[in-house]
Write a protein that binds this ligand. Structure first.
Ligand code: GDP
Length: 332
């Protein structure tokens, strides 16, 4: 964001709390900015927003490309609007960092949701490291909550590290799958399967319906091979069709059932407080890293060292240590 486009703190805070979508978007843009001045301002805004955040069901949605994530989110999101909810959709796409694109960049996706005043769709911040992107997604989520959205759907592409980041900020993690034996199970990393609270077999329609039903029991059996969860929840397997709009109510029932059980056994509160602790470490890491790499002298020294690092005449280990030492001495 350019300097002259910055708004007074109160304008951001009041705008978000009043659910002003333009201001909400501008606040998320501010939060995503890597400029030092923007970040300071964003921190002040976030401090005032935090007491108003937290009152939503936070759902991570993942699955391989083509499984139907955006179609599912569109249909599921609309169902939730019909039930009286306000739905915000955020997305993390680590693969788009270079292109500055995003999985939601294609304007034709989720058109129905995007045009509905009770929904809000925001693509991931492009650029930067994954840590930065996920930190920004968390802040965007909190801003959406403060703006009154009570269901937050966070979409990731289902192939890597971003799921771990998303798991650390959601209440419920949903893995979308396709029917058809164990192949897909193997295509998804075991770690992701272990993280999911529900597996939803999408495209359970037409010729696919029977095989989806078969897969449901196969996947249920496969999931039972994993150790029981500390929170006592057994991951559910559901089938749905995001185009025929079937099975979506059951998915929401499962999420509600989970939320009720976890509230009752104390896991919900414990998980959120553990997530806060994790957030602290994550943010410390982010601040240290961005402070370090944005330091002009460090930038210069790194640039000077690269040729010698590349030829092997100095070692990365010793150079890294001396750079960090230089930085630490400078801030003492
Ligand atoms: P994403 O890459 O995971 O976001 O997948 P998309 O939502 O873009 O969907 C990929 C393709 O699958 C599109 O052609 C969709 O129309 C189709 N699709 C998505 N959900 C369903 C479904 O429930 N049934 C059927 N038959 N097709 C679907």
């Amino acid at each position: 964001m350019k300097k002259n486009t910055r708004l007074p703190i109160d304008t951001y805070v009041e705008g978000v709390l009043a659910s002003d979508r333009v201001i909400l978007s501008r606040t998320i843009t501010l939060v995503e900015s890597t400029l030092e001045e923007d970040q300071r301002l964003a921190e002040l805004v976030m401090e005032q927003i935090l007491p108003h955040a937290g009152r939503s069901v936070r759902v991570g949605v993942t699955g391989v490309p083509g499984v139907g994530k955006s179609t599912f989110i569109e249909s599921f999101g609309k169902k939730l609007l019909d039930k009286g909810h306000k739905v915000a959709v955020l997305a993390i796409d680590p693969s788009s960092q270079r292109s500055r694109g995003s999985i939601l960049g294609d304007k034709t996706r989720m058109e129905g949701l995007a045009s509905d005043k009770r929904a809000y769709i925001r693509p991931s911040a492009a650029g930067e490291t994954l840590g930065g992107v996920s930190a920004r997604t968390r802040e965007a989520m909190l801003l959406c909550e403060a703006a009154g959205f009570d269901v937050i759907l966070i979409e990731t592409v289902g192939v890597g590290q971003s799921e771990i980041a998303v798991k650390s900020m959601v209440d419920f993690f949903l893995l979308l799958m396709l029917s058809g034996a164990g192949d897909e199970l193997q295509g998804i990393k075991k770690g992701i399967i272990e993280m999911c609270d529900a597996m939803v077999i999408n495209k359970a329609d037409g010729d696919n319906l029977e095989s989806a039903k078969r897969s449901k029991s196969e996947y249920s059996n496969a999931l039972h091979l994993f150790a029981a969860r500390e929170n006592g929840w057994y991951p559910k397997v559901e089938i749905c069709s995001s185009t025929e709009l079937t099975g979506l109510d059951e998915v929401w029932k499962t999420i509600q059932d989970y939320m009720e059980k976890m509230a009752a056994n104390g896991y919900f509160a414990r998980n959120r407080s553990d997530q806060n602790e994790n957030w602290l470490y994550e943010h410390i890491g982010y601040l240290l890293k961005s402070g370090f790499y944005n330091n002009p002298e460090i930038k210069k020294k790194i640039a000077e060292s690269i040729p010698e690092i590349k030829t092997g005449s100095i070692s990365p280990i010793a150079t890294a240590r001396s750079l960090v030492q230089f930085y630490v001495d400078g801030i003492k």
